[in-house]
Design a protein around this ligand. Structure first.
Ligand code: UTP
Length: 304
């Protein structure tokens, strides 16, 4: 699909300045994006996905309390020295692999949590005039045997010279939790977006296709964000700026190959932990045994 009609994305924005209230009290001191799935924080999964899609500049939009995210990507001299001296080479490599050498991390501050759209706008000076990706790390997307969701989207964006927004069908009664799109009929995995609405009530939702946390956007979005007024919840919504982009530019909805875990919710985080533990080389069998034991203790005879 890589015919190269448009430039390939190189820069990815990670808006991580939200308050993470759903995980309080844990998120009083630990940013939501640093919650682990097995042995890696959520942010690492999103960063790996962006790098696999070809990004070499990662822009983290943080707030003044989230030093943990910057510390995580910084070099840990003492720790690395200690692991090296102790001959723990495999562990040392794991620590160093957090950010490959060719990738640069840039941190910008969102002074106040004024919404996702505002957080993306804060990245404008680093992005400049080129298409870029936005990844919300609490949407963890797992495509076990194929390319990551962002790589799939970047291919389409490059081929069509369009913006691309990841979507997946959700139960109709859940439309009020998501941005929802109306599209032309899909051609394979993608369809042209005709309308987008933030968190519509199921009675007025144009479809059940929900926007999830992966976007490839044209830089024009920044000018539109600059003029976007606070919307749902009093926040500057990325959805509203995308709605303003629709009459001017091609914006595709893309149904990615892979499974999304909504790790912004308790059950999503638990589900992702179970799934990754069951898939983990060393943990798979002990995790299965532990789950069977827990279910048996609860009197569940025949887990499906
Ligand atoms: P959420 O809607 O999940 O909000 O934000 P939140 O604050 O992170 O979590 P809850 O709902 O209080 O538990 C979606 C994404 O947008 C970022 C968040 O960090 C998350 O990645 N965001 C949101 C910002 O960076 N800044 C904001 O002002 C709002």
């Amino acid at each position: 699909m890589r015919s190269g009609n448009a430039p390939r994305i190189r820069k990815a924005v990670f808006p991580v300045a939200g308050l993470g209230t759903r995980f309080l009290p844990a998120t009083k001191t630990v940013p939501k994006e640093m919650l682990p799935i097995v042995d890696r924080p959520l942010i690492q999964y999103a960063v790996d996905e962006a790098i696999a899609a070809g990004c070499d500049t990662l822009v983290f939009v943080t707030n003044r309390y989230k030093h943990a995210v910057a510390d995580y990507f910084d070099k840990a001299y003492e720790l690395e020295h200690r692991l090296e001296n102790d001959g723990k080479h495999e562990l040392l490599q794991r620590v160093r692999d957090v950010l490959p050498e060719h990738v640069r991390a840039v941190f910008v501050t969102q002074p106040e949590a004024r919404g996702l759209g505002h957080a993306v706008l804060c990245a404008k000076p680093v992005i400049g005039d080129e298409p870029f990706a936005v990844l919300l790390p609490d949407d963890l997307i797992w495509n076990r045997n194929g390319p990551g969701a962002l790589a799939q989207m970047a291919d389409l964006a490059q081929h069509q010279g369009s913006s691309v927004i990841a979507v997946e069908p959700v139960p109709h009664e859940h439309t009020h939790r998501y941005g929802i799109v109306a599209t032309a009929p899909f051609d394979g995995r993608h369809g042209l977006i005709g309308a987008i609405v933030e968190k519509p009530d199921p009675s007025v939702a144009p479809s059940n296709l929900a926007v999830v946390g992966r976007y490839v956007l044209e830089p024009r979005i920044f000018e539109l964000l600059e003029h976007t007024q606070p919307g749902k919840g009093g926040e500057i919504q990325l959805t509203d700026a995308i709605a303003a982009l629709l009459p001017e530019r091609t914006v595709n909805a893309y149904r990615f190959a892979g499974t999304r875990f909504d790790c912004g919710t308790h059950i999503g985080l638990v589900e992702a932990t179970i799934r990754f533990a069951l898939d983990h080389e060393a943990l798979s069998e002990p995790a299965r045994q532990a789950m069977l034991k827990a279910l048996a203790e609860l009197g569940v005879q025949d887990p499906v």
